[in-house]
Design a protein around this ligand. Structure first.
Ligand code: NAG
Ligand code: NAG
Ligand code: NAG
Ligand code: NAG
Ligand code: NAG
Length: 500
């Protein structure tokens, strides 16, 4: 009995950081960190003896005003004056009889990187890993931090454990997220000021574990009765909620594979709902410093199984865009997407679900960030998407919203042959629609594989798990950099392209 009681007390003590009365910073503030630069104001918080007055002194190139806070419920918290990009600074928290200090602190843009195994996929696992690690030494102002993989049944105030404290590359970089690192590095190349990368992800996880109960409720995703690692909100509680106080610039996300076999049909709700909910919660959690519409980038799923006839991957790719095919769109504002279905890796030693080319994924994300998050004009970040689809007796003519680079294909397009003009329903079949000819913006596909008595009810592009070989999809932007994303256009659909 006595032993049991002792264990219970030990657990409680370990889960509460603030009960020892020592002046400290919260878990994710340490030397070498990046705090969010102006115009936002960084939030800094920590622990101390109840009632104590804590002073925060930020000193470096520019002397900040001293900020003060009173320790309440074991926690002090200050919102700094805005600081321009740069550094290094020292941040010192002090009270009468003790101090805690952070050195080599930079101000820049802080990006959160979330998702499942393709975000967890480390720099050491990518193609050209040793070159990437060597090259990282040229980026001392891109700093990395990783939360430990921990779950919790209740919303945590602070991280229970830290996997990689804030580090200067190449320290600990081999085990850090490749997509996150390469994205930050590409942004640095453009912005030339500090970038802070916060990795918080876990392999094999469905979106439900990263979503708050409020977000899940909006989609009718109620708590499952069975326990285990798929319990709703357990990683929201332990790996996202603690970060809400940190002012961030934006987030990137690589997840969805787990939802091809779990609540797939709800992903068109659960994904936009999670984005909206995170935005509200980070805004509130930072006292209004993180923008209410902070930019959110994501990777559209790559590939898993060659020759697969399952619709699961195409369905999730479509749902990732709230069933519109592209972002940003009205229900997913200020988002950006890296299309990755043309980057398959059949021979990946980590399984084909984990393609090793993360450089192209990160680069495409960085183009989206430059356009959507940084408002850079003239950055092409969207692959070609149909603006208009016209039907003639034997053909469909797809007019794209930009100039395209086209290669012939017998079956990347498919048409739905149906008994009536209804949506492609049970009495319909999909048949290949070969590309017949094209000009700089228009692609003509044949509908001759439908019988003369059938109607063409819908058209779809790249609607397969593994639609093409590496960088060899038939339609790209004229510059050949951005693949056309998959689409499905139903004749009667309210969404998508309605002009069939
Ligand atoms: C420092 O002062 C606080 C009260 O402000 C007190 O609770 C704490 O025990 C003191 N610590 C030391 C090491 O003297
Ligand atoms: C803040 O820190 C700087 C550098 O250590 C020091 O020069 C300055 O006096 C400090 N200001 C206060 C009010 O403690
Ligand atoms: C210090 O505070 C004053 C008054 O709020 C403000 O005008 C000034 O810009 C602050 N200084 C710095 C370095 O942030
Ligand atoms: C989401 O997808 C499902 C399954 O495809 C569909 O039935 C539903 O209407 C879609 N919901 C929204 C909001 O688009
Ligand atoms: C790996 O390095 C080679 C040689 O520099 C380069 O051609 C190739 O594109 C790189 N691969 C990736 C995925 O970046």
């Amino acid at each position: 009995m006595a032993i049991q009681l002792y264990v219970v007390f030990a657990l409680v003590a370990a889960s509460i950081h603030d009960c020892d009365g020592v002046l400290r910073f919260a878990s994710y503030y340490n030397d070498h960190m990046v705090l969010q630069k102006s115009p936002e104001r960084a939030v800094v918080w920590g622990y101390g003896p109840e009632g104590a007055q804590v002073k925060l002194n930020v000193s470096g190139q520019i002397q900040q005003n001293i900020s003060q806070a009173t320790v309440t419920n074991g926690i002090w918290r200050v919102t700094l004056d805005p600081v321009e990009a740069g550094g290094p600074y020292n941040v010192r928290a002090s009270m009468q009889n003790s101090t805690a200090a952070l050195t080599d602190v930079l101000f820049g843009d802080v990006w959160l990187c979330g998702g499942q195994s393709n975000m967890l996929f480390s720099v050491s696992q990518t193609f050209n890993a040793s070159e990437e690690l060597k090259n990282a030494a040229h980026y001392p102002h891109v700093r990395t931090f990783m939360a430990s993989l921990v779950q919790s049944g209740t919303e945590q105030t602070d991280l229970i454990q830290v996997e990689i404290p804030w580090s200067v590359p190449p320290a600990y970089l081999a085990g850090f997220s490749a997509v996150c690192w390469l994205f930050g590095r590409d942004l640095y190349d453009k912005l030339q000021y500090p970038i802070g990368l916060v990795e918080s992800c876990w392999g094999g996880t469905p979106i439900e574990v990263w979503s708050s109960p409020r977000a899940l409720q909006q989609c009718g995703l109620l708590q499952q009765p069975d326990g285990g690692p798929k319990v709703n909100s357990v990683l929201w509680n332990a790996m996202i909620h603690p970060l809400l106080s940190m002012t961030i610039k934006g987030a990137i996300w690589y997840q969805g594979e787990a939802n091809t076999v779990y609540h797939q049909e709800k992903y068109n709700c659960s994904f936009p709902a999670m984005i909206d909910d995170w935005r509200i919660k980070f805004h509130q959690g930072s006292g209004g410093q993180t923008a209410l519409d902070f930019p959110f980038g994501f990777v559209q799923l790559s590939t898993v199984q060659k020759y697969s006839t399952s619709d699961a991957y195409p369905n999730i790719r479509w749902h990732q865009t709230a069933d519109t095919g592209f972002v940003p769109n009205p229900s997913m504002q200020k988002t950006f997407m890296a299309v990755a279905m043309d980057l398959p890796d059949e021979k990946s030693p980590y399984g084909p679900i984990h393609p090793r080319d993360k450089q192209d994924v990160a680069f495409r994300l960085s183009l989206g960030a430059r356009a959507v998050a940084y408002g850079e004009q003239d950055v092409a970040f969207l692959g070609p998407f149909p603006a208009k689809i016209l039907s003639t007796s034997k053909y469909l003519e797809v007019t794209y919203d930009q100039k395209v680079s086209v290669a012939p294909s017998e079956n990347i397009f498919e048409v739905c042959c149906s008994e009536s003009q209804t949506p492609c329903g049970p009495k319909s079949r999909w048949v290949p629609a070969p590309i017949m000819q094209w000009d700089p913006t228009t692609v003509q596909v044949s509908t001759s594989l439908c019988s003369p008595t059938e109607e063409v009810a819908a058209l779809r592009y790249a609607w397969r798990d593994w639609p093409c070989d590496f960088k060899a999809c038939p339609i790209y932007s004229a510059s050949n950099i951005l693949p056309a994303p998959p689409f499905i256009a139903d004749r009667r659909s309210a969404r998508g392209i309605n002009e069939l």
